[in-house]
Design a protein around this ligand. Structure first.
Ligand code: SF4
Length: 79
């Protein structure tokens, strides 16, 4: 049986956490979409939108968070 937060092939479930993008700080540089298109996409209005995932590619997301030009991506605790 797989434990909830056990690492599996580069992915880790993040119970109680979700990603957020502060669109007010986003400069639409597209780095997040280029580096991690399974989590980030541009919507019809050309704003960054998150694709809801049960698991997240942890290493890719750490790279995206470090590379984000607007420093506007972070993990937040779910209420
Ligand atoms: S990497 Fe950051 S600043 Fe660039 S588009 Fe994505 S959220 Fe916006």
């Amino acid at each position: 049986m797989t434990k909830k937060n056990e690492k599996r092939s580069g992915e880790e479930i993040k119970p109680g956490k979700k990603l957020e993008v502060d669109l007010g700080e986003c400069i639409l540089c597209d780095i997040c979409v280029d580096l991690c298109p399974q989590v980030f996409k541009k919507n019809d209005a050309d704003y960054i939108e998150l694709i809801e995932c049960d698991t997240y590619p942890e290493e890719d997301l750490n790279d995206v968070i470090k590379s984000c030009r607007g420093s506007c991506i972070e993990w937040v605790e779910e209420a």
